[in-house]
Design a protein around this ligand. Structure first.
Ligand SMILES: Cc1cc2nc3c(=O)[nH]c(=O)nc-3n(C[C@H](O)[C@H](O)[C@H](O)COP(=O)(O)OP(=O)(O)OC[C@H]3O[C@@H](n4cnc5c(N)ncnc54)[C@H](O)[C@@H]3O)c2cc1C
Length: 458
């Protein structure tokens, strides 16, 4: 590998008090934020005497719940460990700091004619946060989660300091860290596989369908690389559950078409809109407009890649539009053959009159083997609901029962409210995860609000 980028000079170690929350803004807490400038400072933090409430790493804070916060404790802000440190032009593998965002990485790679095979629905997350959640994109059946695109990573553990982890050398630590929500150590760097960026546009097929079942049928058809359905769960009567299904693949590049252009994390219209703008009537009207604006059936329409992959990033900090109490995203996965659970779930939530502002459905391929990793062969449904909605907690507890009974699970990167009993039902490899944790972090140095809520730590 040859060094390629030194633009990010290591900053001075920095420590301050701050108020932190997840993207859903449901439970803000005060914590001490420490911002190490390099991996030796991370190792020193983990080797020293642990603060009373422990430590947890934080990337870009794009997880929705309480995974990257630690009330009255210490949070390690990893964003200074950023940049591409090496690129192997023969294999296309890149070595990056764990605090590098996908937006930075995708732009740097595009200039070299390369891209990442797996990207989630936002570009403003870090590589460390992506590994800790074992993130997936709209192409999971084909490309898998980030686990499949990762060659190795450097991990600082309280027991062993900094070690290089690969699937062949430390299979258990690998499987515990992919999806392990930062509880096996702090990732400081990673080596990722890249692919050639052949054409920086996508072509999309769009279909409007009247039911969830029709959306499932279309998403099941295999000809496209990326696929997602937007569901209208604010529509009344027979409109409830109608969907716009978008399936896309790489397309021909029209003459003069542009390169990949990603908006900075803070840009976007949301910054100019009042906080708490979203109300059932306005969302219902927006959904109606969106439905009417979509063609019943369109084929091979060109789409800029950033619009295809990161539609919400164009709006900026849209989470503010849910107001002071924030939003809960309920994202679950159910296995193949359990599609009816999705229908039961929607009908149950509908009967509780919950305002379900945004909902998406995606196909998932087989899981990565990560012990707490989310994807499993089947379907994933994500629903955004204002946290202030009356009856939300009880309804989502019932949703958990349905999902767990189907053999499914809730995504920890989105979760803000699940119980430890439910976690154990949904994640059968939990005992193996806890055994690895006990080995690499015997004194429970690594702790977060999520780990306490779910009984993973004291
Ligand atoms: C608009 C939007 C769309 C999204 N779409 C998708 C999607 O399509 N697919 C998907 O899978 N996810 C999706 N997500 C979720 C997001 O990808 C994950 O929550 C991801 O973990 C966020 O990364 P982050 O850098 O912001 O991490 P944070 O939110 O800061 O942290 C998340 C977890 O990672 C741990 N962590 C962070 N950095 C490190 C590190 N260096 N070492 C060890 N642990 C670390 C933290 O302790 C925490 O447990 C979406 C989120 C948003 C806001």
């Amino acid at each position: 590998m040859s060094p390629v980028d030194t633009k990010h000079a290591p900053p001075q170690p920095d420590e301050r008090q701050g108020v932190l929350s997840g993207w859903g803004r449901t439970s803000p807490v005060t914590a001490t934020l420490v911002r190490p400038g390099d991996s030796s400072q991370v190792a020193a933090l983990l080797a020293g005497e642990a603060p009373a409430r422990g430590l947890i790493a934080r990337g870009a804070g794009r997880s929705y719940g309480d995974a990257a916060q630690n009330g009255d404790g210490t949070v390690i802000d990893m964003t200074a460990l950023a940049g591409i440190t090496a690129l192997d032009s023969r294999t296309g593998e890149i070595e990056v700091g764990a605090g590098t965002t996908f937006a930075e990485l995708l732009e740097a790679l595009a200039q070299r004619g390369l891209t990442l095979p797996v990207v989630p629905g936002t570009a403003h997350l870090t590589v460390g946060g992506a590994i800790a959640a074992d993130v997936h994109g709209k192409n999971h059946p084909r490309a898998g989660s980030i686990a499949r695109q990762l060659r190795s990573f450097a991990l600082c553990t309280p027991a062993d300091g900094e070690i290089e982890v690969s699937e062949s050398e430390q299979p258990e630590l690998w499987a515990a860290t992919l999806g392990g929500m930062g509880l096996t150590g702090v990732i400081t760097a990673a080596t990722l596989r890249t692919i050639e960026l052949r054409r920086p546009i996508a072509v999309a097929d769009t279909d409007k369908v009247d039911t969830l079942e029709e959306a499932i049928e279309l998403l099941d058809a295999d000809a496209h690389s990326h696929a997602i359905a937007w569901l209208d769960l604010m529509g009344r009567g027979r409109r409830f559950g109608r969907a716009v299904v978008t399936r896309s693949r790489e397309g021909e590049q029209p003459a003069g078409s542009s390169r990949l252009e990603l908006k900075p994390a803070q840009a976007g219209v949301a910054a100019r809109l009042p906080s708490g703008l979203l109300r059932p009537a306005s969302v219902r009207a927006y959904n109606r407009m969106r439905w009417l604006a979509s063609p019943r059936r369109a084929r091979e329409r060109p789409l800029a890649i950033d619009a295809a992959l990161f539609p919400l990033d164009a709006i900026g900090a849209w989470n503010r539009l849910y107001g002071r109490r924030g939003l809960v995203q309920y994202q679950c996965a159910v296995p193949d053959g359990e599609e009816w659970t999705l229908r039961c779930l929607l009908e149950m939530l509908r009967s509780q009159r919950l305002p379900m502002y945004l909902a998406t459905l995606k196909r998932l391929g087989p899981g990565s083997g990560g012990m707490l990793s989310f994807p499993l062969k089947g379907w994933t449904l994500a629903i955004d609901i204002p946290a202030r909605a009356p009856g939300l907690a009880a309804a989502l507890d019932r949703a958990d029962l349905l999902v767990a009974s189907s053999g499914g699970r809730v995504y920890l990167a989105k979760d803000a409210r699940m119980s430890s009993e439910t976690l154990a039902r949904m994640y059968p490899a939990l005992p193996q995860f806890l055994a690895v944790r006990a080995r690499v972090d015997p004194h429970e140095t690594l702790r977060s609000d999520l780990s306490r809520r779910l009984g993973l730590t004291r």
